[in-house]
Design a binder for this molecule. Structure first.
Ligand code: SAM
Length: 285
């Protein structure tokens, strides 16, 4: 294949910053990401953001089937060239965030995600899989290094947040490789990392909706105590909030970000057992 920048130039492609377009072309890195994702000929792969098709092609060579979303239609002629002969691969020119996940999964069957994610929608894309996906086995994604730290953070650290707790409900995240900014074209201002989120074996909880409610409440005011955040979220008094926390084994005066995912699950179970109204904001269970 011709040099990627030559192909893009030939097709008069103009990079669009608003779509987070930083492409990778290094063959060794592409193959390493495909290995990180554990792709083989029996695997169906969903990619978000085909770009110029370099990762798509590497995945296509290893996988059984590839479905890739790309929001930018001006990449169509580029992809027609770079993905020529990739018969197991389909590119859909639509915004992934607007797709119906249930319909998509019905069509795909069990699958893994492998993507160099557009930075501006990294968290919303990940949350879609964490909250809506039923057939996703793993998500292997290139993200900004700072995001990778948040995805893999331990409780009590500044990086620990709602997305970390959301991952713990479905499985676990691990940073498997650091990727310097020099590997991208055009070059971004920050380094990146590849994170693998493996689904399965998440914290046990009676209601996923209650867990998400508790997590949202815990991180709604990071400087406030969990008791105060719970009072606001549930519209209850201090005494009642205190008694719920005591029942869940949470110490007095702690902040939400110090609680482990297991402790969030315990508190969520107390709310579920007591039938606390979650104000319709619990999300999908
Ligand atoms: N996979 C390519 C690579 O590794 O070189 C491109 C990665 S680039 C970081 C992200 C790609 O996602 C861009 O091509 C961008 O146009 C596309 N994109 C951005 N938002 C999207 C969305 N909501 N749905 C589908 N594709 C999107």
């Amino acid at each position: 294949m011709e040099d990627l920048s030559e192909i893009l130039k030939k097709h008069g492609f103009a990079f669009k910053k608003k779509f987070g377009q930083n492409f990778i072309a290094d063959r060794n890195l592409l193959e390493a990401i495909v290995r990180d994702a554990g792709v083989d000929k029996n695997t169906t792969v969903l990619e978000i953001g085909a770009g110029a098709g370099a990762l798509t092609r590497a995945v296509s060579e290893a996988a059984g089937r590839v479905l890739s979303y790309e929001i930018d239609r001006t990449l169509a002629p580029v992809l027609a060239e770079t993905l020529a002969g990739c018969d197991n691969t389909e590119v859909v020119f639509r915004d992934f965030m607007k797709e119906d996940m249930a319909k998509l999964e019905e069509e795909l069957g069990p699958y893994v995600v492998c993507a160099n994610l557009p930075y501006y929608v990294t968290t919303p894309v990940l949350l879609r899989f964490l909250e809506e996906a039923k057939l996703c086995r793993s998500v292997t994604v290139m993200v900004q290094e700072e995001v990778a730290e948040r995805l893999c953070a331990r409780e009590g650290t500044p990086e620990y947040g709602a997305i970390t707790a959301a991952i713990a409900l479905r499985g676990r995240a691990q940073t498997v490789r650091k990727v310097p900014r020099t590997m991208f074209y055009p070059r971004p201002n920050v380094d990146s990392a590849v994170v693998v989120v493996s689904f399965g074996g998440g914290v046990p909880v009676k209601s996923a909706a209650a867990y998400r409610f508790v997590v949202r409440a815990a991180f709604s005011g990071r400087r406030k105590t969990l008791e105060n955040n719970l009072m606001n979220a549930l519209h209850i008094g201090r005494e009642e909030a205190h008694s719920l926390l005591t029942e869940a084994g949470v110490k007095d005066g702690v902040r939400g970000e110090t609680l482990s995912p297991l402790a969030f699950a315990r508190l969520a179970d107390v709310l579920t057992e007591k039938g606390m109204p979650l104000g319709g904001q619990g999300g999908r269970s």
